[in-house]
Design a protein around this ligand. Sequence first.
Ligand SMILES: *Cc1c(COP(=O)(O)O)cnc(C)c1O
Length: 379
Amino acid sequence: MEAVIAGRPTRARIDLNVLGANFRAIAAWTAEGAAASGRPAPGVVAVVKANAYGHGAVRVALALQAAGAPMLACADIEEAVALREAGVTVPILVFGALSVGDLDGIFTHRLTPTVATPSAAVALGDAAARRGVRLRCHVKIDTGMNRLGFRHDNLRRTLPPVAASPHLQVEAVFTHFATADVAGDPDFDEQRARFDAVGPVLAEIGIVPAAWHAANSAAIIRDARTHYDAVRPGLVLYGVPPLPTTMPVEPVMSLTSRIVAVKGLRPGEGVSYGLRFRPDTPRTIAVVPCGYADGIDIRLGGRGAVLVRGRRAPVVGAVCMDMFMVDVTGFGAEIGDEVVIIGRQGAERVTVGEMAATIGTIPYELLCRVGHRIERVYE
Ligand SMILES: *Cc1c(COP(=O)(O)O)cnc(C)c1O
């Protein structure tokens, strides 16, 4: 039987119900942590940068807004403007450094910028002054990551101009952890201690923000003391916890394709560029129509496995630009059979975490790299 396949057969299924359930699971988890110490439940700022970790930013953002997210977060102004144009109305925090040229979108699309450097404070303050408005912003403190943010140990020198600006209103103050996903790492606690010490310094300077936030996915899982007034989950929202957890989240994305060719390999013959897979027994090879141009990492060749007919089929030979080959010897596989690259098939499962571990990368990278040619199908 040769199934007729309409369009490209490689698809990323995005389950928006699972996404909503994950959002609620994070909210419940952090609410529980807060209740244990008599604090109000933190807000869940849903991170949808980088095309929502490859899941499709617009549909994901609209679903999270519908699920009750009080705020979304993007990497830059362009990402945030695209969400506004698609109908997102909740506040959107922009994490990235703001260059002087592209600030218009902040005002025209009611975005919440991060003030992370003295020069950004000046540029935003001036832009707000020209428009005669007071701009709500979040101030980022660098507590040890040494990326963006005002150094935690230099705030008395750098923040007074921010406090004095009549055109900037500091709504929240935040920091970001460098080692939250490294279990037992002492720098994680050190960053939290430094962030805790920022409060009194800001009060002295005259900045009294309504909210404090710090926790990415790993910190949310690991330490309720980092939850403060809001948390900022990315990866765990998509159902891929960066640390082992009992939090009930499930993967939002599954990646599937279909076999487009099956052929017999005679003993001693090789497969794909370089003919590096060259078995000395007869094998059956199936061709899967997606490749490194679609985000299928070349390092999966000879290492990874996909699911065909409920069994694991090893990826053999070099992954090509638009195709890769799997060994389906003895599977009875046929053209049109479903191939699960990430997800479940029968009792078997391939997770993005497993795939990342196989090739020595992180799940973040694999999700973000799911290519533009792969249709996202929402359910
Ligand atoms: C990406 C990002 C997050 C989310 O990180 P995850 O590890 O995916 O939860 C949170 N905060 C900031 C500042 C980020 O850049």
